[in-house]
Design a protein. Structure first.
Length: 351
């Protein structure tokens, strides 16, 4: 740990200094010392010199580093919060420094495509064997077994502003849930536990697509009635995907499912919601991507969901329309007409 100043307590690691990683680091710092990894030396220098990042005052208990080995050697418990498209590469870089004694909890809400060329993602032909959750990537790329997923209504901006919220730590291991509670629980952040890790991961990823659609409705000028319909029918499609991929329906009904969906699909502080708004107002996919400071996971997720919809032969008209709207310039008004006239069956068919 030659690149780090003296740390008095055993720290918790956070890999990823984007808005969500920074928010989690500040929450952890209420209870413990934190090592925050950024691959950008300038970001590391700025955090350590000013304790300010992304317009947020950081706790003095946070130390930044660009050294993955230093994080792995100093911290047994590490939170991984990087974009899904970069997650496997990050794990391959971190893995040589990990031991079976480590505990890894990821907060990445997306899918891994196992090295497939994503330069032309809309023409990729993928099936279930190509799609991995972040926990599956961790197990494949490292010797770590005790892993978990952080999911829930966690809008980074609200957390950084000090507003109260809750989260779900999902894991097969009680020890992982207890470890997360010990370092994360505070007066403004409540931690629920769940053993439904796959469901929590899928809910966290799939809701980003619905949030993008909800933002598009807002951007086009539609009201809350239609937005509520999209969110509720979108939840049903999330459940269909989850069941097809082997998850328990219960995970979609709780904080990590409905809770996260409502927060992300109703707030302009959500990157996915904002992306949908901007596209509905006439900006192109390329324009929005080039000007957003951080990744909107829902764009990539929609492309993957469409392939999974075809693979599983699911009745998921919202997914189909979102895919056509985002990637094929399909008229939002025509998409709404299609959804309004779609021959839905019963209102709730998954309980």
């Amino acid at each position: 740990m030659a690149d780090l100043p003296e740390i008095k307590r055993k720290p918790v690691g956070v890999i990823g200094a984007g808005s969500f990683g920074t928010a989690i680091a500040n929450l952890l710092a209420i209870n413990t010392d934190v090592l925050l990894f950024s691959r950008k030396e300038a970001t590391v220098q700025n955090i350590n010199d000013t304790h300010d990042h992304l317009g947020v005052k950081l706790s003095d208990n946070i130390t930044a580093t660009a050294n993955l080995q230093a994080v792995a050697e100093a911290a047994t418990l590490i939170f991984l919060i990087v974009p899904s498209a970069n997650f496997r590469n990050m794990m391959q870089s971190l893995s040589p420094f990990l031991k079976p004694s480590h505990i890894l909890i990821h907060g990445t809400k997306g899918f891994d495509l196992n090295g497939l060329d994503e330069s032309d993602i809309i023409n990729l032909k993928i099936d279930r064997s190509d799609v991995h959750t972040m926990s599956q990537v961790i197990l494949k790329e490292s010797v770590v077994v005790r892993i978990g997923c952080l999911s829930g209504p966690n809008l980074a901006r609200e957390i950084m502003d000090g507003q109260p919220t809750a989260t779900v730590i999902a894991s097969k291991f009680t020890e992982v849930i207890k470890s997360a509670r010990r370092v994360l629980n505070s007066k403004r952040f409540h931690v629920f536990g769940s053993f439904e890790m796959l469901g929590a991961e899928l809910a966290g990823a799939l809701k980003n697509a619905i949030a993008l659609g909800a933002g598009a409705l807002d951007g086009y000028g539609f009201g809350k009635n239609l937005q509520a319909m999209l969110i509720t029918r979108g939840l049903m499609e999330m459940v269909y995907f989850g069941k097809a991929m082997g998850a328990d329906t219960k995970a979609f009904i709780g904080t990590a499912g409905i809770g996260d969906l409502v927060a992300t699909a109703t707030s302009e502080k959500s990157r996915n919601y904002t992306f949908g708004m901007r596209m509905a107002k006439g900006e192109t996919l390329e324009e929005i991507i080039s000007t957003m400071p951080e990744v909107a996971e829902g764009v990539r997720t929609i492309a993957i969901m469409e392939q999974l919809r075809l693979h599983y032969k699911l009745h998921a008209p919202i997914t189909e329309m979102l895919y056509n709207f985002v990637f094929h310039q399909y008229s939002l008004e025509k998409a709404i007409d299609y959804l309004m006239n779609y021959p839905y069956g019963v209102d709730v068919d998954f309980l």
